[in-house]
Ligand binder design. Structure first.
Ligand SMILES: [Zn+2]
Ligand SMILES: [Zn+2]
Ligand SMILES: [Zn+2]
Length: 138
Protein backbone atom coordinates (compact mmCIF):
# COMPACT_ATOMS: atom_id res chain seq x y z
CA UNK A 1 0.00 0.00 0.00
CA UNK A 2 1.47 3.32 -1.01
CA UNK A 3 2.18 5.84 1.67
CA UNK A 4 -0.40 8.56 1.83
CA UNK A 5 1.16 11.89 1.03
CA UNK A 6 0.16 15.46 0.38
CA UNK A 7 -1.72 15.94 -2.88
CA UNK A 8 0.32 18.95 -3.87
CA UNK A 9 2.59 17.80 -6.66
CA UNK A 10 6.19 17.82 -5.65
CA UNK A 11 5.30 17.79 -2.00
CA UNK A 12 5.86 14.43 -0.45
CA UNK A 13 5.19 15.25 3.13
CA UNK A 14 3.03 12.91 5.11
CA UNK A 15 -0.70 13.25 4.74
CA UNK A 16 -2.34 15.21 7.49
CA UNK A 17 -5.84 16.44 6.64
CA UNK A 18 -8.12 17.54 3.77
CA UNK A 19 -5.71 16.01 1.29
CA UNK A 20 -2.76 17.99 2.46
CA UNK A 21 0.33 17.62 4.58
CA UNK A 22 0.53 19.54 7.82
CA UNK A 23 2.33 22.46 6.17
CA UNK A 24 -0.10 22.85 3.29
CA UNK A 25 -3.05 22.21 5.56
CA UNK A 26 -1.75 24.90 7.84
CA UNK A 27 -1.74 27.34 4.93
CA UNK A 28 -5.24 26.30 3.98
CA UNK A 29 -6.46 27.02 7.46
CA UNK A 30 -4.55 30.24 7.73
CA UNK A 31 -5.08 31.73 4.29
CA UNK A 32 -7.99 29.71 2.90
CA UNK A 33 -5.66 28.46 0.19
CA UNK A 34 -2.91 25.86 0.28
CA UNK A 35 -0.94 27.84 -2.31
CA UNK A 36 0.55 24.74 -3.95
CA UNK A 37 2.67 26.85 -6.28
CA UNK A 38 4.37 28.73 -3.55
CA UNK A 39 7.40 26.94 -2.20
CA UNK A 40 7.90 26.76 1.51
CA UNK A 41 10.49 28.97 2.90
CA UNK A 42 13.06 27.18 4.86
CA UNK A 43 13.22 28.56 8.29
CA UNK A 44 16.62 30.06 8.71
CA UNK A 45 19.02 29.24 11.46
CA UNK A 46 16.94 26.48 12.96
CA UNK A 47 13.69 27.78 14.32
CA UNK A 48 10.93 26.19 16.31
CA UNK A 49 8.67 24.16 14.04
CA UNK A 50 5.50 25.40 15.69
CA UNK A 51 3.66 27.70 13.30
CA UNK A 52 3.91 31.26 14.43
CA UNK A 53 6.68 30.57 16.89
CA UNK A 54 9.88 32.33 15.92
CA UNK A 55 11.97 31.16 18.80
CA UNK A 56 15.31 29.52 18.23
CA UNK A 57 15.42 25.81 17.72
CA UNK A 58 16.44 23.93 20.80
CA UNK A 59 15.64 20.24 20.45
CA UNK A 60 13.46 17.85 18.43
CA UNK A 61 12.37 20.67 16.15
CA UNK A 62 11.13 22.85 18.95
CA UNK A 63 12.32 25.89 20.79
CA UNK A 64 13.22 25.52 24.43
CA UNK A 65 9.76 26.50 25.59
CA UNK A 66 7.83 24.20 23.29
CA UNK A 67 10.30 21.42 23.95
CA UNK A 68 9.78 21.85 27.64
CA UNK A 69 6.06 21.48 27.10
CA UNK A 70 6.63 18.40 25.02
CA UNK A 71 8.64 16.83 27.78
CA UNK A 72 6.31 17.88 30.52
CA UNK A 73 2.98 17.18 28.85
CA UNK A 74 3.95 14.85 26.01
CA UNK A 75 2.63 17.52 23.65
CA UNK A 76 4.04 20.84 22.50
CA UNK A 77 0.51 22.32 22.59
CA UNK A 78 1.21 24.38 19.48
CA UNK A 79 -2.22 25.97 19.62
CA UNK A 80 -1.72 27.31 23.08
CA UNK A 81 0.06 30.64 23.04
CA UNK A 82 3.15 30.94 25.10
CA UNK A 83 2.92 33.13 28.09
CA UNK A 84 5.45 35.84 28.34
CA UNK A 85 7.45 35.22 31.39
CA UNK A 86 8.01 38.27 33.46
CA UNK A 87 11.67 38.85 33.93
CA UNK A 88 12.93 37.84 37.31
CA UNK A 89 13.44 40.69 39.66
CA UNK A 90 11.10 42.96 37.72
CA UNK A 91 10.23 46.18 39.44
CA UNK A 92 7.00 48.06 39.94
CA UNK A 93 5.89 49.84 36.76
CA UNK A 94 5.14 53.10 38.55
CA UNK A 95 7.73 55.66 37.50
CA UNK A 96 10.20 56.27 40.27
CA UNK A 97 9.13 53.24 42.25
CA UNK A 98 11.70 50.51 42.30
CA UNK A 99 10.03 48.16 44.68
CA UNK A 100 9.83 44.53 43.73
CA UNK A 101 7.02 43.49 41.43
CA UNK A 102 4.16 41.83 43.29
CA UNK A 103 1.10 41.71 41.01
CA UNK A 104 -0.36 43.22 37.82
CA UNK A 105 2.85 45.08 37.14
CA UNK A 106 2.93 46.81 40.50
CA UNK A 107 4.72 46.43 43.76
CA UNK A 108 2.70 45.29 46.73
CA UNK A 109 1.96 48.78 47.97
CA UNK A 110 0.87 50.16 44.62
CA UNK A 111 -1.12 47.05 43.95
CA UNK A 112 -2.90 47.47 47.24
CA UNK A 113 -3.73 51.04 46.35
CA UNK A 114 -5.06 49.92 43.00
CA UNK A 115 -7.37 47.41 44.65
CA UNK A 116 -8.47 49.83 47.33
CA UNK A 117 -8.85 53.02 45.29
CA UNK A 118 -8.94 51.78 41.71
CA UNK A 119 -5.87 53.92 41.11
CA UNK A 120 -2.24 53.50 42.07
CA UNK A 121 -1.97 57.24 42.73
CA UNK A 122 1.50 57.23 41.26
CA UNK A 123 2.04 60.89 42.04
CA UNK A 124 1.38 60.40 45.73
CA UNK A 125 4.30 59.43 47.90
CA UNK A 126 4.08 56.00 49.36
CA UNK A 127 4.72 56.95 52.92
CA UNK A 128 4.48 60.36 54.54
CA UNK A 129 7.89 61.36 55.80
CA UNK A 130 7.86 61.24 59.53
CA UNK A 131 9.45 63.98 61.59
CA UNK A 132 11.93 61.51 63.02
CA UNK A 133 13.30 60.93 59.54
CA UNK A 134 13.92 64.58 58.93
CA UNK A 135 17.36 64.42 60.46
CA UNK A 136 18.44 62.17 57.61
CA UNK A 137 17.33 64.62 54.96
CA UNK A 138 19.95 66.93 53.50
ZN1 LIG B 1 2.17 19.45 1.20
ZN1 LIG C 1 8.34 27.28 19.86
ZN1 LIG D 1 5.36 50.56 43.32
Amino acid sequence: MPKKVCLVSGCNRNYKAKGYCISHYDRLRKYGDAMPDKPFQRKQGGMCSVAGCSRKHNAKGYCATHYERLQRHGDAMADKPLQMRRAKGAACSVAGCNRKHAAKGYCYIHYRRLKKHGDVMAHKLLWPVRPSHRAMMP
